[in-house]
Design a protein around this ligand. Structure first.
Ligand code: SF4
Length: 326
């Protein structure tokens, strides 16, 4: 069992497969000419499987594949197939652009739930935010996956002045389609232009929705990152991930493994432990995993608090979002 000093059991591993992506969202990838990590420095298929097995032997019950965009990796199919043999709930966060090519593989791997990032329902704004023209493709793929029975959660990073005016458009989408929209408060990462006044908080999101609808809270569990709601009569639901205004670190069970094989015990941890190099050298990595988790801070990587109004993004030591995997 992997436990930290606050008695939190860690049974959820997020593995980033690559820092590469076919979109260019400004809050995720620092610059257009960002240099992706060379393939030789990434964990290879056998390494991913073997390291994942070590985590599973220590009680990991759920694995989420992330990126960058996990499905741009050339051997993504093999990785998914290999990890599907582990006794865990396997799931994925994706930008949705390649789902039509991978639907069969995901189904065969028994992946039943997908988180798909989509910050706007407007095609022209999508182009501005991502610098790519893939809106229709992603919408079609979201519908494709729902029609195939996948549980689809749409992740919306809400940024004041950019997309908060679309919150109720997303809510309207939940009326006739079984889509689960998750509004995520804008978080600071290296190079992502975060400013405290761009955060549209959980309360502001609820206030906006309540001006047109009567949301009802749904029950959640200890490890939930999202506060869930439903509009009576709607097929879908919505939720808010209030990392900034109301962190949920007390129930944190998450470990992150970056594509270059480093373990991060928190989304905002400044420290990381290299597992890949010792693994390649034939050393035991289990003690390193436990040591890393024992050094986990109580909240938000120990770098800030929920009172973020005076926080400056450059005060936080961290990777960019694309190299963490969300
Ligand atoms: S901020 Fe860190 S400790 Fe808090 S929930 Fe996220 S990963 Fe866990």
């Amino acid at each position: 069992m992997i436990k930290d000093t606050f008695n939190r059991v860690h049974d959820y591993l997020r593995i980033s497969l690559t820092d590469n992506c076919n979109l260019r969202c400004f809050y995720c990838m620092p610059e257009e000419d960002y240099h992706f990590t060379p393939a030789s420095r990434l964990m290879q298929v056998d390494e991913i499987e073997a390291i994942a097995r070590i985590f599973v032997s220590e009680g990991i019950k759920k694995i989420r594949l992330t990126g960058g965009e996990p499905l741009v990796r050339k051997d993504a199919r093999t990785i998914i197939e290999r990890l599907s043999t582990l006794p865990v709930a396997l799931t994925m966060t994706t930008n949705g652009t390649r789902l039509h090519e991978f639907a069969d593989t995901l189904e065969a791997a028994n992946i039943r739930s997908l988180n798909i990032s989509l910050d706007t329902l407007q095609s022209d704004k999508f182009h501005l935010l991502t610098r790519r023209n893939q809106f229709d493709l992603i919408m079609n793929n979201i519908r494709l996956m729902m029609s195939r029975g996948f549980n689809v959660k749409v992740n919306v990073v809400v940024m004041k002045g950019i997309n908060e005016t679309e919150i109720n458009d997303f809510i309207a989408w939940t009326k006739d389609e079984p889509v689960h929209v998750r509004f995520i408060e804008f978080m600071p990462f290296s190079g992502n232009h975060w400013k405290s006044d761009k955060v549209f908080t959980w309360h502001e999101i609820l206030e906006k929705i309540s001006s047109s609808y009567a949301p009802e809270p749904l029950t959640g569990d200890l490890h939930d990152t999202a506060k869930k709601y439903q509009i009576p009569g709607h097929k879908g639901t919505f939720a808010v991930i209030s990392t900034m205004s109301a962190p949920f670190c007390n129930g944190c069970n998450r470990i992150r493994l970056t594509a270059d094989g480093k373990i991060k015990n928190c989304l905002f941890s400044s420290d990381e432990t290299d597992l890949l190099t010792p693994f390649r050298n034939g050393e035991q990595i289990l003690p390193l995993i436990h040591q890393n988790i024992l050094s986990k801070k109580k909240e938000l990587g120990g770098q800030f608090t929920a009172d973020f109004s005076h926080l400056h993004a450059e005060e936080i030591a961290n990777r960019s979002m694309i190299t963490i995997g969300g």
